[in-house]
Each structure stands twice: as structure tokens, then as C-alpha cells.
Design a protein around this ligand. Sequence first.
Ligand code: GDP
Length: 384
Amino acid sequence: MDLITLIVLIAVAAVVVIGAGVGLLVGSTRRKSPPAGGGTDVIAPPEAPTERPAEATVEAPPAPVEEAPAEAPVVEKPESTASRLVRLRQRLAGSQGGLGRGLLALLSRDRLDEDTWESIEDTLITADVGVVPTQELVERLRTRLRVEGGQPGDVRAVLREELLTLVDPTMDRRLRVSGADGMPGVVLVVGVNGAGKTTSVGKIARILVAEDRSVVLGAADTFRAAAVEQLVTWGERVGVDVVRGPEGTDPASVAFDAVKEGVDTKADTVIVDTAGRLQNKAGLMDELGKVKRVIEKQAPVTEVLLVLDATTGQNGMIQARVFSEVVDVTGIVLTKLDGSAKGGIVVAVQRELGVPVKLVGLGEGADDLAPFDAGAFVDALLGG
Ligand code: GDP
């Protein structure tokens, strides 16, 4: 009996062990089977290996390709001012041509009656020429066309001459980018945020580099990290050093360091970008006044450029007034003339501040900034 009991126990034990073994096998088979079906946990492992290599193959190759040029910086050669003037003249004719052509059409009418003169005035005022310069121009045109008028060719010549007088070809528009006594020229660039200040600093650097001048940039718009980064990129593209400080640093200290580097390295020109927060006049005066004072411990400021957005009309004029009361503006950079048909602001702002427009921005391209030329501007207004 005992033996039989033992045999039975062994048999039961064997069945249990075999059963468990089969169970394990089935279990493990099930775990493997879902890839054909759908359990997420179980599908993930087979997918993961295929995903990872896929990521690796997508990401890995471009990384060295992208990084390689960054390590060996490719320095661009900016366009010379002579060739950019030709290209920009065409663009100017496109955006501003309506004003000149409109005036020409009105002045070429058979009879210049009061309604026509009113339309001429409206055209000029709409183009932001300003009320006083408009009245002056209309008076002169009335007188000259009464005396000399007649042939359509004459009308064009008279209008060209009078527009040129208004834009004033006698103003000295040279940028003062050279210093005296072995010092660098120091250009301080001011204006409200969004006017195109930082972009213009980068573009001016390119103009100077195209003329083989050595340049240092000061990123003193320390309130906007983006502005600092933007300027660093502009500098890198043409191999120009950009002096910066941590976000929120005192702008004056960055300006000081930039000019110091310019002096130490005997650079030709230092261009300092400034913060353009339109706070109250006293705050602005404090800030820009301090920047200028601190710079001048190193070297005199040779040029103060006010950057104005041509599309802002009367607002731009108000900004111009405030800045000119705070700093001694010596030149105007008029940006976004490509996006505005209101070239008359050239006349208005020069009258208001008594300083010339020295540079005009005509697009977002790196070399879309050119020295302002009164004759070329008027020709562009008249469409040729
Ligand atoms: P900031 O805040 O005064 O420093 O202004 P930014 O330099 O950052 O420029 C503001 C925007 O205006 C940017 O998108 C520039 O590309 C654009 N901008 C600057 N100058 C011109 C210009 O002459 N024409 C056009 N179309 N856009 C410009």
C-alpha cells in the first residue's frame, strides 16, 4: 500500500510539474505573440529598437554636417555700396514711384485749376511730406509753372528740381565712422524697439566690412536677450567681434567694454546698439546720457544715428522729436522704405531735426541698406 501511495504521489507530482512547464511555455509564447496583434507594452520593445536606429540614422548624419561649418566659420563677403545702390534704386522706384508719378500726372493736366492744386497738396501730405514743406513746394511749382510751364518735358524737369531742393542735396550725408588721434570712430545707434535698430547695426557693420574697415559691435541693448543674440549672429556672419554682457547688465558697461576693445585692438569703428524702450523722457535721457558719458571716457562718439521706421508716419516724427531732445542726433537711418509709399517722411524728418537722412533700409536682406542719395531718391520717385 505504501508503495502504491508513493507511486501515486510521484505520478501526481510529475503531472503537476509537467503542467506547470506547459503553462510557462504557453505563457511565454503569448507574451511573444502580440506583436502581430496590438498590446502596447508588448509591441513597444520590437518597435523601440527599430525606432531608435531610425532616429539615430536621421539625426546623426546631419549633426556633423551642420556643426562642421560652425566650427570653421564661413565669413560672408558683404556687397559693396556701389552695386547695392543700383539694386536698391529699383526697389525704391517700386515702392515710392507712385508719389512722383501721381504728381507728374496731376501737373501734366491741360489746366491746372484749384482742384488740381488741392489734389497735388493732398498727394504730398498723404506721402508724409509734412504740411509746411508741402505748401512751400506747391507755391514754388505754381510760380514756376506759370512762368516757365508748357511742355510736358518741362513739367517733369521743374518737378524734379523742386523735389530735389526739398530733399536737399547739399546736406553732408557721410557717416562719421573714423576717430581722431588713433581712436576708433564710435557710432551710437538709438531708436525705439521695432524700428530696425539692431538689424541696422548689423547692416552698417557689413557696409564697413565691405570697405575693409575693422569693426567691433557693442550689444548694449541688454534688456532683450534676443537683440543680443541677433547682433552676435550678424557679427559672426562677417567675422566681426561682438562685445556683450549677461542679460540685464548695465548697458553703459557693455558700451564701455565695446569701445575699450575697439581702442585696444585699434579697430576703425565701434558701433553700439542701445536699448530702445520708449519709457519716459527722463528715463531715456538718463540711460542714453550715461551710455554716452561712459563711452567718452574711452573715445569721443563720432556719430549718433537715430533709426526710424518709415511706415510709422506721425508716430515716427514724435519719436524723432523725443530722441533729438535727449541725444545730439547727427544722422537718420530710415528703415522699411520698401514697405511704405510715404517717402515724404525723408523731407519731414530732416526738416524737423535739421539733420540728414544718411542711410535707408529697403528690405530684410542683409545688404538691403544703402547710403541715402538725394538725386537717386528723387529719380526713383519720378520713376526713372
Ligand atoms: P529693433 O527692435 O529696433 O532692434 O528692430 P530689429 O532690428 O529687430 O528689426 C525689427 C524688424 O524690422 C525685423 O524683422 C527686421 O528684419 C525688420 N526690418 C528692419 N529694417 C528693415 C527694412 O529696411 N525693410 C524691411 N522690410 N524690414 C526691415
